[in-house]
Design a protein. Structure first.
Length: 367
């Protein structure tokens, strides 16, 4: 698959314009996104993604179109799972709901930059060293096992970077809108929003380490890898508000994703064996898993996961389970209650303080 420099430039320009429009809209009118608004944005972005995939199929062939859809669906599913961790961060750090969309927008922007960086490195390494597929495949299998067995772990630990930032930087106790810096008694001071951004950014880095090897297991084309990631990330903040109460019903999502990651990891190991000239392991022939099979497995696992999740929560409600009250939070529609189940596989931050959701007052400097 040959992609000219002109196509790369136009694609990046269009995606950058979409991100800029989203950023301008979010900064111009910070607010808690309503369900109808979120639905319009998500529908438009999903439609654009499907049209792009159809265009790829028409221009370059069915194979590359299928690779785009497989990669996009996988990355989109991983992004939904990542939202549960964002819920934990925003809830623990008590980010006012009106500014949560801005935090998520900057998080998406950081994720795009980080994933673009890792895609460039991954493509160069794969082209130079075919044996890297052994490492990627083993890593995905290990991640799948960790994700499946770590489901329900509710212990949260701050990462090293966040601990260093908390030690080195003194912040105000209160938020000042979505500002990173405010003035207190004539002095410039960082707000807790800085800690939130560091937590989101470091979490984005961990997410990239999971998602990039996964999509390289489905396609080796950098253009498809980049566009699938970009379309999966666009509209993520609107999806956060759209899912709302549905997020606490996707109780089996982590298990489904563990199956998908494990499947892709095994597929990469098979491809690595073929690349090394190994066609048989003893009497067993090393299978070749095509993109059509991969796409079918991904869609099938997600469909089963969704159905079983909704059935399980409906049955639990009918039996009167899960009726214990949960503390109120700023997360939309009570998402935080279910987010803890999925956050154990990522190292996220403990709250720096208990900042309130009002603009910062001009307090006297501390002694």
């Amino acid at each position: 698959m040959h992609i000219s420099l002109t196509v790369w430039i136009v694609t990046i320009a269009v995606l950058a314009a979409a991100v800029a429009l989203d950023l301008w809209h979010g900064m111009r009118n910070p607010h808690a996104i309503k369900t109808r608004e979120a639905a319009v944005w998500v529908t438009a972005i999903v439609a654009a993604s499907i049209l792009f995939g159809v265009g790829v199929s028409y221009v370059t062939g069915h194979r590359y179109g299928s690779e785009f859809f497989a990669g996009w669906i996988t990355e989109y599913s991983l992004s939904v799972d990542n939202l549960f961790v964002f819920v934990i961060i925003l809830t623990k750090l008590r980010v006012p709901r009106a500014y949560q969309s801005q935090v998520l927008l900057w998080g998406v922007l950081m994720a795009l930059v980080l994933r673009g960086f890792f895609i460039g490195i991954g493509s160069a390494v794969i082209n130079q060293f075919s044996w890297i597929f052994y490492i990627f495949g083993a890593f995905l299998v290990w991640t799948a096992i960790k994700l499946a067995t770590g489901h329900g772990d509710e212990e949260f630990k701050e990462n090293r970077l966040l601990r260093r930032v908390r030690t080195a930087v003194k912040t105000t106790d209160d938020y000042d809108g979505a500002r990173l810096v405010t003035h207190v008694a004539g002095h410039r001071r960082f707000t807790p929003m800085l800690i939130v951004m560091v937590a989101i950014g470091s979490t984005d880095l961990l997410f990239a380490l999971d998602s990039i090897p996964a999509i390289f297991g489905l396609t080796k084309e950098p253009y498809i890898v980049f566009t699938a990631n970009a379309f999966a990330l666009l509209g993520l903040r609107q999806l956060y508000f759209l899912l709302g109460a549905l997020m606490d019903r996707l109780v089996h999502l982590s298990y489904g994703l563990s199956v998908i990651l494990g499947f892709i990891g095994v597929k990469m190991l098979f491809e690595a064996l073929h690349g090394s000239g190994v066609e048989h392991v003893g009497p067993v022939t090393v299978p070749t898993i095509g993109i059509a099979v991969s796409l079918g497995v991904i869609i099938g696992v997600l469909a089963i996961t969704t159905v079983t999740s909704l059935w399980s929560t409906r049955r639990a409600q009918a039996d009167g389970e899960g009726q214990a009250g949960a503390p109120e939070s700023d997360a939309p529609n009570g998402q935080a209650s279910a987010a803890g189940e999925r956050a154990g596989r990522k190292a996220v931050a403990e709250p720096v303080a208990e900042p309130v959701a009002q603009p910062v007052a001009k307090e006297e400097p501390r002694r």
